[in-house]
Design a protein around this ligand. Structure first.
Ligand code: WQD
Length: 322
Protein backbone atom coordinates (compact mmCIF):
# COMPACT_ATOMS: atom_id res chain seq x y z
CA UNK A 1 0.00 0.00 0.00
CA UNK A 2 0.98 3.62 -0.59
CA UNK A 3 0.77 6.16 2.26
CA UNK A 4 0.54 9.95 2.36
CA UNK A 5 2.28 11.33 5.46
CA UNK A 6 1.02 14.81 6.31
CA UNK A 7 3.60 16.76 8.30
CA UNK A 8 6.27 14.41 6.96
CA UNK A 9 8.90 17.19 6.90
CA UNK A 10 8.55 17.74 10.63
CA UNK A 11 10.62 16.42 13.53
CA UNK A 12 8.47 13.35 14.20
CA UNK A 13 7.07 13.01 10.67
CA UNK A 14 10.48 12.77 9.03
CA UNK A 15 11.39 9.85 11.32
CA UNK A 16 8.13 8.09 10.42
CA UNK A 17 8.70 8.59 6.67
CA UNK A 18 12.15 7.00 6.87
CA UNK A 19 10.90 4.13 9.05
CA UNK A 20 8.02 3.38 6.65
CA UNK A 21 10.40 3.48 3.68
CA UNK A 22 12.83 1.16 5.48
CA UNK A 23 9.93 -1.21 6.15
CA UNK A 24 9.22 -1.28 2.39
CA UNK A 25 6.23 1.05 2.18
CA UNK A 26 5.73 3.59 -0.62
CA UNK A 27 5.42 7.05 0.94
CA UNK A 28 4.48 10.54 -0.30
CA UNK A 29 4.99 13.58 1.94
CA UNK A 30 2.60 16.53 2.17
CA UNK A 31 3.78 19.43 4.32
CA UNK A 32 3.26 23.23 4.25
CA UNK A 33 6.81 23.79 5.59
CA UNK A 34 5.43 26.23 8.18
CA UNK A 35 7.62 24.44 10.74
CA UNK A 36 8.91 21.43 8.80
CA UNK A 37 12.21 21.45 6.89
CA UNK A 38 12.45 20.35 3.23
CA UNK A 39 15.92 18.92 3.89
CA UNK A 40 14.40 16.33 6.23
CA UNK A 41 12.59 14.62 3.34
CA UNK A 42 15.04 12.24 1.68
CA UNK A 43 15.85 12.41 -2.02
CA UNK A 44 13.54 10.18 -3.98
CA UNK A 45 10.56 10.63 -1.64
CA UNK A 46 7.80 12.51 -3.52
CA UNK A 47 7.07 15.82 -1.78
CA UNK A 48 4.01 18.09 -2.06
CA UNK A 49 4.08 21.51 -0.42
CA UNK A 50 0.51 22.21 0.63
CA UNK A 51 -1.62 22.97 3.69
CA UNK A 52 -4.13 20.40 4.92
CA UNK A 53 -6.59 23.33 4.96
CA UNK A 54 -6.42 23.34 1.13
CA UNK A 55 -8.92 20.52 0.59
CA UNK A 56 -8.62 20.57 -3.19
CA UNK A 57 -4.82 20.28 -3.07
CA UNK A 58 -5.01 17.36 -0.64
CA UNK A 59 -7.72 15.64 -2.70
CA UNK A 60 -5.59 16.01 -5.79
CA UNK A 61 -2.52 14.63 -3.98
CA UNK A 62 -4.51 11.60 -2.81
CA UNK A 63 -6.04 10.94 -6.24
CA UNK A 64 -3.01 11.51 -8.50
CA UNK A 65 -0.71 9.81 -6.04
CA UNK A 66 -2.89 6.65 -6.06
CA UNK A 67 -2.71 6.80 -2.25
CA UNK A 68 -4.22 3.98 -0.15
CA UNK A 69 -3.84 5.46 3.33
CA UNK A 70 -2.98 8.58 5.32
CA UNK A 71 -0.67 8.99 8.32
CA UNK A 72 -1.70 12.36 9.74
CA UNK A 73 0.80 14.40 11.73
CA UNK A 74 0.43 17.94 10.33
CA UNK A 75 -0.68 19.91 13.37
CA UNK A 76 0.36 22.51 15.92
CA UNK A 77 1.71 20.76 19.02
CA UNK A 78 2.89 23.11 21.74
CA UNK A 79 0.88 22.99 24.97
CA UNK A 80 2.14 26.43 26.02
CA UNK A 81 1.45 28.05 22.64
CA UNK A 82 -2.06 26.55 22.58
CA UNK A 83 -2.90 28.23 25.90
CA UNK A 84 -1.94 31.64 24.51
CA UNK A 85 -3.40 31.13 21.00
CA UNK A 86 -6.29 28.62 21.13
CA UNK A 87 -7.91 29.89 17.91
CA UNK A 88 -4.76 29.00 15.92
CA UNK A 89 -4.87 25.47 17.38
CA UNK A 90 -8.54 24.90 16.60
CA UNK A 91 -8.06 26.23 13.08
CA UNK A 92 -4.99 24.10 12.27
CA UNK A 93 -5.81 20.98 14.20
CA UNK A 94 -9.61 20.75 13.99
CA UNK A 95 -10.55 22.63 10.81
CA UNK A 96 -7.42 21.12 9.23
CA UNK A 97 -8.57 17.62 10.20
CA UNK A 98 -12.07 18.29 8.82
CA UNK A 99 -10.55 19.49 5.55
CA UNK A 100 -8.32 16.40 5.37
CA UNK A 101 -11.26 14.07 6.02
CA UNK A 102 -13.25 15.81 3.25
CA UNK A 103 -10.35 14.99 0.93
CA UNK A 104 -10.18 11.41 2.27
CA UNK A 105 -13.87 10.92 1.43
CA UNK A 106 -13.56 12.57 -1.99
CA UNK A 107 -10.59 10.36 -2.89
CA UNK A 108 -12.17 7.25 -1.32
CA UNK A 109 -9.30 6.54 1.10
CA UNK A 110 -10.05 3.79 3.64
CA UNK A 111 -6.97 3.57 5.87
CA UNK A 112 -5.91 6.19 8.41
CA UNK A 113 -3.33 6.50 11.22
CA UNK A 114 -3.74 9.56 13.47
CA UNK A 115 -1.05 11.22 15.52
CA UNK A 116 -2.93 11.85 18.77
CA UNK A 117 -1.58 12.82 22.16
CA UNK A 118 -1.43 12.03 25.85
CA UNK A 119 -2.53 15.64 26.28
CA UNK A 120 -6.13 14.47 25.79
CA UNK A 121 -6.01 12.87 29.27
CA UNK A 122 -5.49 16.18 31.06
CA UNK A 123 -4.38 15.67 34.69
CA UNK A 124 -5.43 12.09 35.41
CA UNK A 125 -5.17 10.56 38.88
CA UNK A 126 -3.16 7.44 39.53
CA UNK A 127 0.18 6.11 38.41
CA UNK A 128 -0.31 5.15 34.78
CA UNK A 129 -2.95 6.25 32.29
CA UNK A 130 -4.75 3.55 30.29
CA UNK A 131 -6.59 4.14 27.02
CA UNK A 132 -9.87 3.60 28.89
CA UNK A 133 -9.28 6.68 31.06
CA UNK A 134 -11.94 9.34 30.44
CA UNK A 135 -10.28 12.11 28.39
CA UNK A 136 -10.45 15.47 30.20
CA UNK A 137 -7.94 17.75 28.40
CA UNK A 138 -6.73 20.77 30.41
CA UNK A 139 -5.31 22.78 27.52
CA UNK A 140 -6.45 23.71 24.00
CA UNK A 141 -3.84 21.47 22.39
CA UNK A 142 -5.27 18.43 24.16
CA UNK A 143 -8.82 19.52 23.30
CA UNK A 144 -7.96 19.68 19.59
CA UNK A 145 -6.32 16.25 19.58
CA UNK A 146 -9.38 14.73 21.27
CA UNK A 147 -11.60 16.44 18.67
CA UNK A 148 -9.52 14.78 15.95
CA UNK A 149 -10.28 11.35 17.43
CA UNK A 150 -13.98 12.25 17.64
CA UNK A 151 -13.99 13.27 13.97
CA UNK A 152 -12.60 9.86 12.96
CA UNK A 153 -15.05 7.90 15.14
CA UNK A 154 -18.01 10.02 13.97
CA UNK A 155 -17.02 9.61 10.31
CA UNK A 156 -17.13 5.81 10.72
CA UNK A 157 -20.40 6.04 12.67
CA UNK A 158 -21.84 8.06 9.77
CA UNK A 159 -21.29 5.02 7.56
CA UNK A 160 -17.96 5.77 5.87
CA UNK A 161 -15.76 2.67 5.56
CA UNK A 162 -12.49 3.55 7.33
CA UNK A 163 -9.96 1.38 9.15
CA UNK A 164 -8.21 3.75 11.56
CA UNK A 165 -5.82 3.81 14.49
CA UNK A 166 -4.97 6.72 16.79
CA UNK A 167 -1.59 6.75 18.51
CA UNK A 168 -1.56 8.81 21.73
CA UNK A 169 2.01 10.05 21.93
CA UNK A 170 3.51 10.74 25.33
CA UNK A 171 6.66 12.90 25.44
CA UNK A 172 8.82 12.46 22.36
CA UNK A 173 12.56 13.16 22.49
CA UNK A 174 15.88 12.33 20.89
CA UNK A 175 16.84 11.88 17.24
CA UNK A 176 17.09 8.81 15.02
CA UNK A 177 19.77 10.56 12.94
CA UNK A 178 21.80 13.75 13.32
CA UNK A 179 19.90 15.47 10.49
CA UNK A 180 16.52 14.76 12.11
CA UNK A 181 16.90 16.52 15.46
CA UNK A 182 14.04 18.50 17.06
CA UNK A 183 14.65 21.99 15.70
CA UNK A 184 11.32 23.28 17.00
CA UNK A 185 12.72 24.01 20.48
CA UNK A 186 9.29 23.83 22.07
CA UNK A 187 10.01 20.90 24.39
CA UNK A 188 12.07 20.29 27.52
CA UNK A 189 15.27 18.72 26.17
CA UNK A 190 15.86 21.10 23.23
CA UNK A 191 14.93 24.04 25.48
CA UNK A 192 17.56 22.91 28.01
CA UNK A 193 20.17 22.54 25.23
CA UNK A 194 19.34 26.00 23.89
CA UNK A 195 19.65 27.58 27.35
CA UNK A 196 23.05 25.93 27.84
CA UNK A 197 24.15 27.03 24.36
CA UNK A 198 23.26 30.60 25.34
CA UNK A 199 25.13 30.34 28.63
CA UNK A 200 21.89 30.50 30.60
CA UNK A 201 20.53 28.34 33.40
CA UNK A 202 17.74 26.06 32.13
CA UNK A 203 14.35 26.90 33.65
CA UNK A 204 12.22 24.48 35.67
CA UNK A 205 8.56 25.46 35.32
CA UNK A 206 7.34 24.91 38.86
CA UNK A 207 8.65 22.75 41.73
CA UNK A 208 5.56 22.53 43.92
CA UNK A 209 3.66 19.82 42.08
CA UNK A 210 2.39 16.74 43.98
CA UNK A 211 5.29 14.62 42.65
CA UNK A 212 8.33 13.06 44.42
CA UNK A 213 10.62 16.06 43.79
CA UNK A 214 7.90 18.67 43.13
CA UNK A 215 8.60 18.93 39.39
CA UNK A 216 6.43 17.57 36.57
CA UNK A 217 6.73 13.92 35.63
CA UNK A 218 6.46 12.80 32.01
CA UNK A 219 6.79 9.56 30.06
CA UNK A 220 9.60 10.18 27.56
CA UNK A 221 9.86 7.99 24.47
CA UNK A 222 12.61 8.04 21.85
CA UNK A 223 11.38 9.39 18.51
CA UNK A 224 12.85 6.35 16.72
CA UNK A 225 10.77 4.03 18.93
CA UNK A 226 7.75 6.20 18.15
CA UNK A 227 8.47 5.86 14.42
CA UNK A 228 8.69 2.08 14.83
CA UNK A 229 5.29 2.15 16.54
CA UNK A 230 3.88 3.76 13.37
CA UNK A 231 5.24 0.92 11.23
CA UNK A 232 3.36 -1.48 13.50
CA UNK A 233 0.22 0.69 13.37
CA UNK A 234 0.32 0.84 9.55
CA UNK A 235 0.52 -2.95 9.38
CA UNK A 236 -2.40 -3.14 11.84
CA UNK A 237 -4.55 -0.84 9.72
CA UNK A 238 -3.55 -2.54 6.47
CA UNK A 239 -4.81 -5.79 8.00
CA UNK A 240 -8.24 -4.12 8.05
CA UNK A 241 -8.47 -3.62 11.81
CA UNK A 242 -11.37 -1.40 12.79
CA UNK A 243 -10.93 1.69 14.97
CA UNK A 244 -8.34 1.33 17.74
CA UNK A 245 -6.47 3.65 20.09
CA UNK A 246 -3.03 3.05 21.60
CA UNK A 247 -0.84 4.87 24.11
CA UNK A 248 2.72 5.24 22.89
CA UNK A 249 5.20 5.66 25.73
CA UNK A 250 7.52 3.59 27.89
CA UNK A 251 5.39 3.29 31.03
CA UNK A 252 8.17 5.04 32.98
CA UNK A 253 8.02 8.57 34.43
CA UNK A 254 10.91 11.01 34.82
CA UNK A 255 10.70 14.40 36.53
CA UNK A 256 12.10 17.59 35.04
CA UNK A 257 14.94 17.49 37.58
CA UNK A 258 15.75 13.89 36.61
CA UNK A 259 15.91 14.91 32.94
CA UNK A 260 18.30 17.74 33.86
CA UNK A 261 20.50 15.20 35.66
CA UNK A 262 20.48 13.00 32.55
CA UNK A 263 21.62 16.03 30.50
CA UNK A 264 24.43 16.69 33.00
CA UNK A 265 25.56 13.06 32.75
CA UNK A 266 25.50 12.94 28.94
CA UNK A 267 27.21 16.32 28.45
CA UNK A 268 29.67 15.54 31.25
CA UNK A 269 29.22 18.95 32.79
CA UNK A 270 27.48 20.42 35.80
CA UNK A 271 25.19 23.42 35.49
CA UNK A 272 22.69 25.27 37.65
CA UNK A 273 19.00 25.48 36.86
CA UNK A 274 16.46 28.16 37.74
CA UNK A 275 13.05 27.53 39.29
CA UNK A 276 10.47 29.50 37.30
CA UNK A 277 6.70 29.86 37.80
CA UNK A 278 4.56 26.86 36.90
CA UNK A 279 3.37 26.87 33.26
CA UNK A 280 -0.35 27.15 32.54
CA UNK A 281 -1.82 23.93 31.16
CA UNK A 282 0.79 21.59 32.65
CA UNK A 283 -0.51 18.45 34.39
CA UNK A 284 1.65 17.25 37.31
CA UNK A 285 2.20 13.76 35.94
CA UNK A 286 1.50 11.85 32.70
CA UNK A 287 2.80 8.28 32.46
CA UNK A 288 1.41 5.71 30.01
CA UNK A 289 0.01 2.27 30.61
CA UNK A 290 1.48 0.47 27.58
CA UNK A 291 0.01 -3.02 27.81
CA UNK A 292 -2.44 -2.65 24.92
CA UNK A 293 0.11 -1.70 22.23
CA UNK A 294 2.43 -4.40 23.51
CA UNK A 295 -0.28 -7.08 23.31
CA UNK A 296 -2.11 -6.00 20.14
CA UNK A 297 0.73 -4.55 18.03
CA UNK A 298 3.58 -6.46 19.68
CA UNK A 299 5.36 -3.12 20.11
CA UNK A 300 7.44 -1.90 23.03
CA UNK A 301 9.94 0.93 23.20
CA UNK A 302 13.50 -0.05 24.10
CA UNK A 303 15.59 3.13 23.99
CA UNK A 304 16.13 4.84 27.37
CA UNK A 305 16.43 8.45 28.59
CA UNK A 306 20.20 8.47 28.10
CA UNK A 307 19.73 7.41 24.45
CA UNK A 308 17.24 10.24 24.02
CA UNK A 309 19.49 12.91 25.54
CA UNK A 310 22.65 11.65 23.80
CA UNK A 311 21.00 11.52 20.36
CA UNK A 312 19.36 14.91 20.88
CA UNK A 313 22.74 16.42 21.86
CA UNK A 314 24.50 14.83 18.86
CA UNK A 315 21.85 16.15 16.45
CA UNK A 316 21.91 19.58 18.14
CA UNK A 317 25.67 19.86 17.55
CA UNK A 318 25.42 18.60 13.94
CA UNK A 319 22.47 20.78 12.93
CA UNK A 320 22.03 23.63 15.46
CA UNK A 321 18.48 25.04 15.22
CA UNK A 322 18.61 28.36 13.36
C1 WQD B 1 7.63 18.74 29.66
C2 WQD B 1 7.76 19.22 31.10
C3 WQD B 1 7.19 21.52 31.36
C4 WQD B 1 10.59 23.24 29.23
C5 WQD B 1 4.50 17.53 25.14
C6 WQD B 1 4.27 18.02 23.77
C7 WQD B 1 2.92 17.71 23.28
C8 WQD B 1 2.48 16.32 23.65
C9 WQD B 1 2.70 16.03 25.10
C10 WQD B 1 2.58 14.91 21.75
C11 WQD B 1 6.59 20.14 31.48
C12 WQD B 1 8.65 21.28 31.73
C13 WQD B 1 9.65 22.38 29.78
C14 WQD B 1 11.47 23.97 30.07
C15 WQD B 1 10.45 22.93 31.98
N1 WQD B 1 3.17 15.38 22.85
N2 WQD B 1 9.58 22.23 31.13
N3 WQD B 1 11.36 23.77 31.43
O1 WQD B 1 4.16 20.08 27.84
O2 WQD B 1 4.49 17.64 28.43
O3 WQD B 1 3.85 18.36 26.08
O4 WQD B 1 4.07 16.23 25.35
O5 WQD B 1 1.51 15.16 21.37
O6 WQD B 1 2.99 17.83 21.87
O7 WQD B 1 4.42 19.44 23.80
O8 WQD B 1 6.15 18.76 26.97
O9 WQD B 1 8.54 19.19 26.78
O10 WQD B 1 6.92 21.16 26.79
O11 WQD B 1 7.34 19.91 28.88
O12 WQD B 1 10.35 22.78 33.22
O13 WQD B 1 12.33 24.78 29.64
O14 WQD B 1 8.94 20.00 31.21
O15 WQD B 1 6.60 22.45 32.25
O16 WQD B 1 6.27 19.92 32.83
P1 WQD B 1 4.61 18.73 27.44
P2 WQD B 1 7.28 19.81 27.29
Amino acid sequence: MKWLVTGGAGYIGAHIVRALNTAGHDVVVLDDLSTGLRRKVSEGVPFIQASILDTDAVTSALRTGLIDGVVHLAAKKSVEESVHNPHLYFEQNVLGMMSLLDAVKAAQIHHFVLSSSAAIYGSPDGQRVSEDTTPLPVNPYGQTKLAQEWLLADLVNSGYDLSWTALRYFNVAGAGADDLGDTGVFNLIPMVLRALDQGQAPQVFGDSYPTPDGTCVRDYIHVQDLADAHVAAVAHVESGSRSSVFNVGRGLGFSVLEVLDAVRAVLGRSFDHQIAPARAGDPASLVAAVGRIDTELRFSAHRDLTDMVASAWSAWQAFPPR
